[in-house]
Design a binder for this molecule. Structure first.
Ligand code: ADP
Ligand code: MG
Ligand code: ZN
Length: 485
């Protein structure tokens, strides 16, 4: 499905994403943030909303939110402030949420997203800081319990402009945002665990109408595929309502992932329902130009910029570059290998292939990967100098992961130096052809594909030490000579 549901209707989507910031403590008190702590063990009078307590803003939360805002090219407000959003719910002990309303931290900017049609910049409306509410724990039919550990967790809300048109664009936007917050060290970006929570606003209107339709807000979307499925369903539902001449209600609907449908939750609140007013207990957030400059100076090269550089400057394939920029630690590992003097495409090939494969087998993060860039560079250098074959290098890498040894000493100890003695190679080729007389016959009768089989046999006989290209040339030469005799 594309934005045009059919030719006569077009969908408009805007996402509101809450990103949990990776600070040590909560946004307005000193309680530790620990998603694995036992329920209600990370609480204090401030985050429990007891009267007479005063919030104090965690500057690290501001710095992390600014990292994201600067990376998206937002306009940062030199002065921003907090407000109280008043409503009653059991997860909100104070009876109001402290959030930024009239004066958010940042406005504008855009999220750069790679789409099948090329890189696109989806505009943002604003980014603001706020506190999270407690977590309601529903266990079967028992009573609902409340874990206040999450209360006061710092969030930055990223409000996207209504500029997306398809569920697929929305999914790509979320993937890009998740990668960016992880890349910047702003959040772990884990949607299933709620560190990234998305509400999707969607409206459908006749394609020729000059105004968008009435929007519906979708909640309970806890995975990217959930967002996509919910939007598909909701766009189809709204289209059907309009086609029958009906009216779409301005409401909040909840996505039931199991049933794959959205259901009405409540009619949408208007801002006035929340009786927003300035938070009297917190001073205005002031940002000096030098503070902003410092944060900007610490920003790493962004994933899409790095991707472009890897492809254009270093000649790496777009697909391999895509894998490398998915994770900052991986991109850094790769760049460290190149810094050792290894040809970038060769390094990319090995990092995306063997290194990732080995890491997956072993589990664990890139930081704890046992073969340091310097050591794998030693191995790749032997490969570049044609001192070992690719097959042998793969074997050596596995041993390097299990030991602290250098490639060169392992190669020597394992006897894996490239077999390049012409006589020895010829001997292996002859032996394989002699053993396979029947197949040689078939080859000569036109089954050219069998050459690959002979090469494989010779490679195996050499213990993976021969250069397969050279072996192939020798095999073909020998077979074709024979044919002419
Ligand atoms: P609220 O908190 O009431 O949801 P916000 O201003 O915080 O309001 O969020 C508005 C969100 O709705 C933005 O992400 C915006 O892109 C989106 N939006 C606004 N108008 C439309 C529309 N007509 N169709 C789809 N999304 C819309
Ligand atoms: Mg909303
Ligand atoms: Zn606290």
């Amino acid at each position: 499905m594309n934005g045009r549901v059919d030719d006569s209707f077009t969908a408009v989507i805007g996402l509101e994403v809450h990103v949990q910031l990776q600070t040590r403590s909560k946004i307005f008190c000193a309680c530790e943030l620990d998603p694995h702590a036992a329920p209600n063990t990370r609480v204090c009078p401030v985050c429990l909303g007891q009267p007479g307590t005063l919030p104090v803003l965690n500057r690290q939360a501001v710095r992390l939110a600014l990292r994201l805002a600067l990376a998206c090219g937002c306009e940062i407000a030199p002065l921003s402030s907090f407000a109280r959003k008043n409503y009653f719910y059991p997860d909100l002990p104070k009876g109001y949420q402290i959030t930024q309303y009239a004066f958010p931290l940042a406005r504008g900017g855009a999220l750069e997203v790679d789409t099948p049609g090329g890189t696109r910049r989806f505009p943002l409306e604003r980014m603001h800081l706020e506190e999270d509410a407690a977590r309601l724990v529903h266990e079967g039919k028992g009573p609902v319990r409340i874990d206040f550990n999450r209360c006061g967790t710092p969030l930055v809300e990223v409000v996207g402009a209504p500029a997306l048109h398809t569920p697929e664009e929305a999914a790509a936007y979320l993937r890009a945002l998740r990668r960016l917050v992880r890349w910047l060290g702003v959040s772990d970006g884990n949607m299933e665990e709620g560190s990234l929570r998305c509400d999707a606003n969607v409206s459908v209107a006749p394609t020729l109408a000059d105004r968008p339709g009435r929007r519906v807000e979708l909640k309970n979307l806890n995975s990217i595929s959930g967002v996509r499925a919910a939007l598909h369903h909701e766009i189809a539902r709204q289209t059907e309502v309009l086609r029958r001449g009906g009216r779409v209600e301005f409401e909040t609907r909840s996505f039931d992932a199991a049933a794959g449908v959205t259901r009405p939750m409540r009619s949408k609140e208007e801002a006035s329902d929340y009786r927003y007013f300035p938070e009297p207990d917190l001073p205005v957030v002031e940002l000096s130009p030098s503070e902003l400059e410092d944060i900007g100076a610490l920003l790493p090269e962004l994933p899409l910029d790095l991707h472009r550089r890897l492809v254009r400057q270093w000649g790496i394939s777009a697909e391999e570059a895509e894998v490398l920029v998915e994770e900052r630690a991986l991109a850094e590992y790769f760049q460290a290998v190149v810094a050792e003097g290894i040809d970038p495409p060769l390094a990319a090939h090995w990092v995306v292939g063997e290194v990732l494969h080995l890491r997956k087998e072993r589990g664990g993060s890139m930081e704890s990967f046992p073969v340091e860039p310097r050591r794998i560079a030693g191995l790749l250098r032997m490969l570049e100098r044609r001192e070992i074959s690719t097959a042998a290098a793969k074997k050596v890498l596995v041993h390097m992961a299990a030991t602290a040894d250098e490639a060169s000493s392992l190669v020597r100890r394992m006897g894996l130096q490239l077999l390049d003695d012409e006589g020895e190679l010829e001997h292996l080729v002859d032996a394989v052809l002699l053993e396979n007389e029947g197949l040689v016959e078939k080859y000569r009768k036109g089954k050219g594909g069998l050459a690959g089989y002979f090469v494989g046999q010779v490679m195996q006989a050499s213990g993976g030490r021969a250069d397969p290209q050279r072996v192939e040339a020798m095999v073909r030469r020998r077979l074709d000579e024979g044919g002419r005799q």
